[in-house]
Design a protein around this ligand. Structure first.
Ligand SMILES: Nc1ncnc2c1ncn2[C@@H]1O[C@H](COP(=O)(O)OP(=O)(O)OP(=O)(O)O)[C@@H](O)[C@H]1O
Ligand SMILES: [Mg+2]
Length: 353
């Protein structure tokens, strides 16, 4: 039975599903076979295809008549995030070299897309000077303070099935934030560590623009699974994205991939696609820099409008092509996390030999 199932190869991890430990609770009784097929992320776009391949492999065994497969998913860590976040499996930072490229929009939509796939997700707004997550996710309230293991912690707010924390929940709206670097450092550490995140598959961190204090604090305070670089198609925007990429590399943070935001234009009236800038630059840059390319998100008026309303397009119009673009990026990102986590497990098991 296991020999048959080991013919099924995971397309991202390039190894068979038995070696990868994805086949659980295998039972063979007379002509009936049942097992659980545990994927490494619920955000797997080809879940049905993988189930069909496993079914076919078992069907080929003479005498098997009934096959019951239970599909499940368990997200693995690429790194222990560290003592500040003991129950968070993967921390993913969304960054870019400059402002206004759509980091917060991307962070919010990716968090929602991952949560829609069934993952447990948090979203931390690490932009202390210009928090935009409360507005984007349409929620603003003072988080409750609870006692947990003898510590006072903030209970995160929840919107669109994503747990949220932002300095924007703790300050008066529109209060100017005039803080020096060390204060930004301690604010980011507190938002991270003094929040009762609970069990999370992915904590998405929306970074402020540039390469400043929040980025450094994050890297010094915990082990990131990696960073996603948001870029735009124009050449100058790409150069700046490459600078951000080099900063993360310098800080020894894994680059999970680049995505191109506002890549092409989808017109509200005719629903057709127009390439305003020469799109595709991010994909070429990703190839040259040997980092994964996660996909393209269009420039679309309803992406901005829905964000302004506090219901990002992935939540408001999940069937739109815009939501599909974010979902596809979320799937690629989850796949990159799975690949990094599988590498880590292999290294650990090789060390144990
Ligand atoms: N794909 C898109 N289509 C249309 N509008 C977009 C898109 N992405 C972002 N926007 C809009 O562009 C503006 C800037 O986006 P956002 O705030 O996400 O950028 P940012 O990189 O987080 O900015 P900052 O550096 O200030 O934090 C917002 O008004 C947002 O709604
Ligand atoms: Mg932002």
């Amino acid at each position: 039975m296991l020999a048959a199932l080991s013919q099924v190869i995971d397309p991202d991890l390039h190894r068979d599903i038995v070696t990868l430990g994805m086949v659980k609770d295998l039972e063979v009784k007379n002509n009936r076979v049942s097992f659980t097929y545990e994927l490494t992320t619920p955000a797997c776009p080809i879940k049905d295809q993988m189930e069909a391949m496993a079914r076919e492999a078992v069907e080929a065994i003479p005498g098997v008549e009934v096959i019951e497969i239970e599909m499940s998913a368990r997200v693995q860590s690429t790194e222990e995030a560290g003592p500040l976040l003991p129950t968070v499996r993967n921390v993913v930072a969304i960054g870019s070299g400059k402002g206004g490229v759509g980091k917060s929009t991307v962070a919010a939509n990716l968090a929602i897309a991952l949560a829609q796939s069934g993952a447990t997700v948090g979203l931390l707004d690490a932009d202390i000077y210009g928090p935009s997550i409360p507005g984007l996710m349409g929620t603003r309230a003072l988080p409750k303070v609870i006692q947990h293991d003898g510590k006072k912690l903030f209970e995160p707010l929840v919107a669109h099935d994503v747990k949220l924390m932002s300095i924007g929940f703790l300050l008066e709206p529109d209060a100017p934030v005039i803080w020096r670097g060390p204060m930004v450092h301690s604010a980011v550490r507190q938002l991270l560590g003094d929040t009762h995140w609970g069990d999370l598959d992915y904590l998405i961190v929306d970074l402020p623009p540039g390469t400043g204090d929040a980025q450094l604090t994050l890297v010094q305070s915990l082990q990131l699974s990696g960073a996603v670089i948001v870029t735009q198609p124009q050449d100058v925007a790409l150069d700046i994205a490459i600078k951000a990429l080099k900063m993360f590399r310098h800080l020894k943070v894994r680059i999970l991939g680049i995505l191109e935001n506002m890549s092409y234009f989808i017109c509200d009236h005719c629903d057709t696609r127009h390439d305003i800038f020469s799109h595709g630059g991010a994909q070429r840059a990703a190839q040259e820099l040997e980092v994964p390319f996660l996909g393209e998100v269009p420039l679309a008026p309803d992406i901005r409008e829905s964000s302004d309303e506090g219901r990002p397009v992935t939540a408001l119009r999940p069937d739109s092509p815009q939501a599909a673009a974010f979902r596809s990026v979320a799937h690629s990102l989850a796949a990159q996390v799975s690949i990094a986590a599988a590498r880590r497990r292999r290294t650990i098991s090789l060390r144990a030999v």
